[in-house]
Design a protein around this ligand. Structure first.
Ligand SMILES: [Zn+2]
Length: 663
């Protein structure tokens, strides 16, 4: 995924304010030096472990390193595989059918299975012994709904039960599903459904142990209206084709629940390589296939760096513009925003990123969201390595440069009570740690770059290949990574880094004073021009921008001093048509600079931007900027009221919170 660019939401202000749960929670709260102290967390926390520094080398288990965002208990039962059998009902905006789970009983004394759900209607629950179809009704209780965690589904498990079959239906407000009217698609003819399970939304699609500590294989059957095509982030049955109404899938590799993904719509496929291809609405297919045409080359390069691709095919699904992220690394089938189809491959870094997740994230997975940098920081580092291998060193340096600036901006925008978010592995126990800020991505990548500088590329690559081999198809934690770093690289080459270095990079907020950055001559020249332009030594007409790609523009706009004189921005806009830019990233950077400078006349363009796309990273910061002035806030509220129905539930929730916070 990509950073949401909106900082973590305090879980307490979102959660239904549940009653105090006794002295343990109070003690825990006292220990949490975080900004949200108005009420206790809605889930009991384990104080002794929550306060462990992430840089301590430790053998971690779900007991001493718990996932505080799931009700599931991996120490009593673990799901090994599951089967979904679902009708896709566009009339009711509902999935309806059964989920059948095959379980291992980790603790022989366990008599209760706890699953995560959110807004699911549970009709019946049955259990059966292993290998038996003799399902018998069992008792179950659905706990009261928590706004972040959802409702725990507690199922009585007879002594011999190893299978559970749940008849259920989703509700139209399912946070992980977006049901689109034909008017919200490119073709305007057919409805569209897509899912987004990361981080805590698989539970709104099916009753599951929704924690990345647990991995399971699955099979699925989807029944869809005639004329539509169903796809999943899994192997499609050979019989799946347009004209069918029943589609079968299997995922033979065990995945964490947040990688469960499906989409249904007017979809067609075009191959771009032997193992790679693109799914899109028919009218977008050709442009998408061109934009992502280097997917096979990227795969080959990533394999050369980090070992074989272990998921079979790698395809890309292009979604309607309301998709809340740049991309989502669903295995075998990356879900992608159409806003990266720029016509010049300038934004295919997102493709390199999602592909790299096939190793960091999908193959070796963060066990809790606190360890998110193991997914996102690794992936951002790999993304740059892949971009370098495919497009050359200077392109990678440009991407690093833009990333460094994103990180500086993200750290600078943290309010004093949010400073804890500047840590690589922040304690999320009282926060909604859904997708994180640029910190997990860019600081995580920068941390790996420090290791590259100190140990050398060859040594780091060998270590990382070993990491993937040792932990393929398992879930990992930060203390575990630290322990292996100590036993591996640090023993092989003593004296290059020490425990203090690790604590500074992993636990402390902000950036260490001796952090090394990737330097780009191209961006340095952009800086030099910009400074002369800002000082008045260079006129707008004299700016030399021939050959600038999106990266130079982003660097120029993001680093420009704020506020800028309006007249100078008007010259810039007149010469380069920035208000009308068709590149979604450039438009975003321009709007931010213009808003910070009180630039007049932006409203029509801004309104069409904010109502036209739903990608959180692009629209979230613009709403935040607008809300800083009374006039901007009035505009933001009016546009939001209009745009909100077209946004994904995840985005609606974040922006609702933002609007409430600032009203
Ligand atoms: Zn990512």
């Amino acid at each position: 995924m990509e950073p949401s660019a909106v900082s973590y939401v305090c879980r307490l202000s979102l959660a239904s304010k549940t009653a105090l749960r006794g002295p343990l929670v109070m003690a825990a709260l006292a220990m949490l030096a975080v900004g949200c102290q108005s009420a206790p967390p809605s889930k009991s926390v384990v104080p002794a472990t929550e306060s462990l520094p992430a840089s301590a080398p430790l053998v971690t288990t779900p007991r001493n390193w718990p996932d505080t965002t799931s009700h599931a208990d991996p120490l009593s039962f673990v799901t090994r595989s599951f089967h979904l059998d679902l009708d896709v009902d566009f009339e009711k905006s509902q999935l309806r059918g059964t989920a059948t789970l095959e379980l291992d009983r980790v603790d022989p004394n366990s008599r209760e299975l706890v699953l995560d759900t959110r807004d699911l209607q549970i009709d019946s629950v049955e259990t059966a012994p292993a290998g038996s179809d003799d399902f018998r009704t069992t008792r179950f209780v659905l706990d009261r709904r928590d706004d972040v965690l959802g409702s725990a589904l507690r199922i009585a498990m007879p002594r011999d039960a190893a299978r559970v079959r749940i008849a259920y239906a989703t509700t139209p407000q399912a946070s992980g599903l977006q049901w689109l009217h034909p008017s919200q698609t490119v073709g305007k003819r057919s409805p569209f459904l897509f899912s987004q399970a990361q981080a805590l939304h698989a539970r709104s699609m099916a009753p599951l142990q929704d924690t990345p500590w647990i991995r399971a294989t699955y099979t699925a059957t989807l029944r869809v209206p005639a004329g539509l095509v169903a796809v999943m982030a899994a192997e499609g049955d050979a019989g799946n084709r347009r004209g069918q109404t029943t589609f079968h899938f299997r995922m033979p590799q065990p995945i964490p629940s947040y990688l469960l993904a499906l989409a249904v719509g007017d979809l067609e496929f075009q191959a771009v390589g032997p193992r790679t291809g693109v799914w899109a609405e028919p009218s977008e297919l050709a442009a998408a296939a061109w934009e992502f045409g280097d997917a096979e080359a990227m795969m080959t390069q990533t394999e050369a760096l980090y070992g074989p691709y272990r998921w079979g095919r790698y395809d890309v699904l292009v979604l309607p513009p309301s998709f809340p992220y740049g991309g989502m690394e669903n295995p075998r089938l990356t879900f992608m925003t159409p806003t990266v189809i720029a016509g010049d491959k300038s934004l295919v870094g997102v493709l390199a990123h999602e592909l790299a997740h096939s190793w960091s994230g999908n193959l070796v997975t963060n066990a809790t969201w606190r360890d998110g940098w193991l997914n996102e920081g690794f992936t951002t580092y790999f993304e740059r390595r892949v971009m370098e291998a495919v497009y050359g060193e200077e392109r990678a340096r440009l991407e690093w440069g833009v990333g460094h600036q994103d990180l500086r901006l993200a750290l600078a925008e943290l309010k004093p009570d949010e400073a804890w978010q500047g840590s690589l592995a922040p304690d999320l126990s009282s926060h909604e740690g859904e997708e994180g800020s640029a910190v997990a991505y860019e600081k995580g990548a920068l941390f790996l770059y420090q290791l590259e500088r100190r140990f050398g590329r060859a040594q780091l690559d060998a270590f990382l290949q070993g990491w993937f081999d040792r932990h393929a198809f398992t879930s990992v934690t930060t203390p575990q990574f630290v322990a292996e770093l100590q036993d591996g690289l640090m023993q092989q080459s003593p004296g290059k880094i020490d425990a203090a270095f690790l604590a500074t990079w992993i636990d402390d907020p902000g950036l260490p004073a001796d952090a090394e950055f990737v330097q780009s001559d191209t961006l340095a020249r952009v800086d030099e021009q910009r400074m002369r332009w800002e000082q008045g030594a260079l006129t707008t007409a004299a700016l030399q921008t021939a050959g600038w790609t999106m990266h130079e523009w982003l660097h120029f706009l993001n680093r420009a001093t704020r506020p800028q004189p309006v007249a100078r921005l008007q010259e810039l806009d007149r010469r380069f048509q920035l208000t009308g830019s068709r590149n979604a990233e450039i438009a975003h950077a321009w709007f931010r600079l213009a808003l910070a400078s009180g630039y007049p006349g932006l409203e029509p363009a801004l309104e069409s931007y904010l109502t036209g796309i739903g990608r959180m990273k692009l629209i979230g910061p613009l709403y935040e900027d607008l809300l800083k002035t009374p006039q901007g806030a009035a505009f933001a509220r009016r546009v939001y009221a209009q745009a909100r129905p077209g946004y994904h539930a995840i985005v609606q929730r974040r922006l609702d919170h933002l609007m409430q916070e600032t009203s």
